[in-house]
Ligand binder design. Structure first.
Ligand SMILES: NC(=O)c1ccc[n+]([C@@H]2O[C@H](COP(=O)([O-])OP(=O)(O)OC[C@H]3O[C@@H](n4cnc5c(N)ncnc54)[C@H](O)[C@@H]3O)[C@@H](O)[C@H]2O)c1
Length: 356
């Protein structure tokens, strides 16, 4: 007997594909899309850590372009792909030129390309220094929250390195509900410390601001310590400075001597990524020959697979994953599209007929 397949069992005809349009999203548009959305962005970042932890992402190692004649500068490519409901592929291309700061312009500049996961076509180019700083600050705010659930919530914060990332982290902490009695600042540059102090005072978020000329004082007097320097090698090695078991957000990754990490609970964003490129966790692995000092990822902490004892320091070292840039970039794209303000470059893709 022959049967005709019912329409319900026939394979669905694939939708015909077409090249998307291409939009350029400026820093001003990015900033407006993200302004005042700290809690929402922390949720986006935490959701992305969960997807990444569940294997629903592709995040190859970042590729570092370094220069013979400009040894302190670099440009990094971070390709990534996010699965799940809001799939998107893409690439962040971010420069770090520390000597820019002497001319009054930020160290980092970046673009983010979003690619359509069906056709591979790029569909947007976004100014991405703001996206990068935002996802970094959101990840730090998430870690500050998740790593202090089993200890008193810190009321004394210390910023070790007072540049743009420190500013974003402070505003994300405040935007997600933190308030501090004491805010310490330590920076090798008196100008940076003074500029950050002005920012803190104008932010109106409260707390007594103290600029510490001594790194030791900053750490000893802070229960939450944020490292956001541009140090290339560890410069903090005295374990006794951490006797009060602070929570350390080691965002700049290369400040702490392995001795400090070996005496701490170590949480990272991604173990493979973080144990590379001369980070303090990488140096610790090289010194010990193993990864036993890494207790888990922030996703492990969120899921309850790892708990953080209150009686030793905890150090969060986030390598900074391309998937976070993609997730926040896609959020920005959707917001700008939603408000009807996408600036499409008409005719960007021109050669669209295969045989002319
Ligand atoms: N992990 C991540 O995901 C991630 C993401 C973005 C940026 N970062 C890192 O954050 C760091 C800060 O970035 P930024 O844009 O704020 O840089 P920035 O140049 O604006 O500020 C860095 C500040 O650190 C100070 N500094 C340098 N060495 C110091 C030291 N040994 N002690 C005290 N202060 C010191 C400088 O004087 C400067 O004021 C960089 O290392 C960057 O790579 C990490």
């Amino acid at each position: 007997m022959t049967t005709t397949p019912s329409p319900a069992t026939e394979p669905a005809m694939p939708e015909p594909l077409s090249a998307p349009s291409f939009a350029v999203i400026t820093g001003d548009q990015v900033q407006r899309a993200l302004e005042g959305r700290e809690k929402e962005i922390v949720e986006v970042v935490e959701g992305t850590y969960r997807l990444h932890g569940a294997g629903e992402s592709v995040n190859p190692p970042s590729s570092f372009l370094r220069f013979h004649d400009r040894p302190t500068s670099r440009i990094i490519a971070l390709p990534a792909s996010i699965g799940g409901r809001d799939r998107v592929d893409g690439l962040k291309w971010i420069s770090s030129f520390p000597q820019n700061v002497a001319s009054g312009i930020p160290r980092a500049s970046a673009v983010l390309i979003l690619n359509d996961p069906d056709t591979g076509y790029p569909f947007a180019c976004l100014e991405s220094s703001i996206i990068s700083a935002t996802r970094t600050a959101a990840s730090a705010a998430s870690a500050a929250d998740r790593l202090t659930r089993d200890r008193p919530r810190p009321l004394r914060v210390g910023f070790f390195g007072a540049g743009l990332i420190a500013r974003y982290i402070h505003s994300f902490l405040v935007g997600t509900g933190w308030s501090f009695d004491e805010i310490g600042v330590h920076d090798l540059s008196a100008d940076s410390a003074a500029g950050f102090r002005v920012y803190l005072e104008q932010s109106g978020s409260g707390g007594r601001v103290t600029v510490h000329s001594s790194a030791e004082d900053l750490i000893r007097l802070s229960d939450l310590v944020v490292f956001a320097t541009v140090a290339g090698q560890p410069h903090v090695s005295d374990l006794s400075w951490f006797d009060h078991n602070p929570v350390v957000l080691h965002v700049s990754l290369r400040d702490l001597d392995p001795e400090i990490l070996l005496a701490s609970t170590n949480i990272v964003d991604d173990i493979e990524h973080c144990l590379r490129a001369g980070t303090s966790p990488h140096l610790t692995e090289q010194r010990t020959g193993n990864r036993d000092f890494v207790h888990g990822t922030l996703d492990d902490v969120m899921a309850g697979r790892v708990t953080v004892p209150p009686d030793r320091p905890v150090v969060f070292s986030p390598f900074g994953l391309g998937v976070l840039d993609l997730a926040v970039g896609k959020y920005v794209y959707d917001e700008v599209a939603h408000t009807g303000e996408l600036r499409v470059a008409d005719g960007f893709f021109h050669e669209l007929r295969r045989y002319g």
